[in-house]
Design a protein around this ligand. Structure first.
Ligand SMILES: NC(=O)C1=CN([C@@H]2O[C@H](COP(=O)(O)OP(=O)(O)OC[C@H]3O[C@@H](n4cnc5c(N)ncnc54)[C@H](OP(=O)(O)O)[C@@H]3O)[C@@H](O)[C@H]2O)C=CC1
Ligand SMILES: CC(C)(CO)C(=O)C(=O)O
Length: 312
């Protein structure tokens, strides 16, 4: 298949690697320094746990022409990056588009993309359960679950069989979810609390590992965030996630302690701008729900009081 990966950061690069190894004709849309790196050295991935480095050659483009057609486009970027690429995707004639990554407003994005496009666009949303960070022109990647959670906003994904075909010869699993909007919003709540605390500590993971009070605050803030979503009518999904933070607080604190002590946690790369955008979205949810969130509000204050320079 002829597949475009639009956005060549950490997870876009890993996805491109997975699809190349799955036998597809993969084009990567990259910009600036990243495009130069890909052209000069190829797609270099350091697989952290496997202790190996792979290099794949991919076709690199810097702009997406309206006439160029792909069987599938995966757009892999951070939440605040998406709005500027929606008009470009709308102008392109390809039909099947998957927006991959954290997303606080999948409904609006799908609506805008379809409204702007003169051709029929089938849209799905995905989240890769992998992680990593950039390091001197290469991507250091943790395969983690090695899967992509996928779903549609208004019913099942209409091009599921095309997606299954794209991944059939890869080592990446697809997991289809019925209510992807609820899944994405549920995911944002713990991400918001954990990253706010971490940025507030200047990215020093050990400080959270050692500080029970901060871990207790993170867990209380997650509980509040889930209550906001529930008040708006969302089911927290996966349900086990809410149960874990709410009913097993001591175990959750221990899990956070262990996670923040692991060297591998350094590789899970959060973006200040993305977390800030989630706080903005969450502010609207909170106002609409009318549910108080004092512990999360305090983390938000600490997050915005931190400087990007102190972040990871
Ligand atoms: N990395 C991780 O550990 C994890 C990330 N995620 C989530 O996955 C999503 C993607 O994250 P990640 O891959 O880390 O993000 P990155 O910032 O590494 O990658 C985003 C890529 O998109 C490119 N991009 C942004 N805007 C444009 C544009 N207008 N035109 C062309 N390219 C553009 C960026 O370009 P440039 O190279 O110029 O910056 C960058 O290469 C996020 O929602 C994140 O929260 C989830 C779990 C773990
Ligand atoms: C936001 C990020 C990249 C960092 O915590 C993440 O790990 C996730 O979304 O699962």
């Amino acid at each position: 298949m002829n597949i475009l990966v639009y956005g060549a950061g950490v997870l876009g690069s890993y996805l491109a690697h997975v699809l190349v190894r799955g036998g597809h004709d993969v084009t990567v849309l990259a910009r600036g320094k990243r495009a130069e790196e890909l052209e000069q050295s190829g797609l270099v991935i350091r697989h952290y746990f496997q202790r190996k480095t792979t290099v794949d050659q991919v076709r690199v483009i810097r702009t997406l022409d309206a006439e160029e057609s792909f069987d599938l486009i995966f757009v892999v970027m951070t939440y605040p990056d998406f709005p500027s690429v929606l008009p470009i995707l709308a102008a392109n004639q390809s039909r099947h588009i998957v927006l991959v990554g954290n997303n606080a407003d999948s409904n609006k994005m799908q609506h805008e993309l379809q409204q702007m496009s003169r051709t029929d666009k089938q849209v799905a949303f995905g989240f890769q359960i992998s992680a990593g960070r950039r390091e001197n022109g290469r991507i250091v990647c943790i395969r983690a679950g090695g899967q992509m959670v996928l779903g549609g906003i208004d019913g099942p994904v209409s091009f599921r069989s095309l997606l299954e075909k794209a991944f059939e010869s890869t080592k990446y699993k697809l997991v289809f979810h019925e209510d992807m909007d609820a899944w994405l919003k549920s995911h944002i709540v713990p991400i918001l609390a954990m990253n706010a605390a971490l940025f507030a500590k200047g990215g020093r993971l050990q400080e959270i590992a050692k500080d029970k009070e901060t871990r207790t605050q993170i867990i209380a803030a997650i509980d509040e965030g889930f209550s906001v979503l529930e008040a708006l009518g969302y089911s927290i999904t996966p349900a086990g996630q809410a149960a874990f933070f709410r009913n097993h607080k001591r175990t959750a604190s221990l899990a956070l302690k262990i996670y923040h002590s692991l060297p591998v946690a350094r590789l899970v790369d959060g973006s200040f701008e993305e977390i800030a955008a989630f706080f903005e979205a969450f502010g609207d949810w909170k106002r609409n729900a009318g549910v108080p969130t004092p512990r999360l509000d305090d983390l938000e204050k600490q997050f915005f009081g931190s400087t990007k320079a102190e972040s990871r």
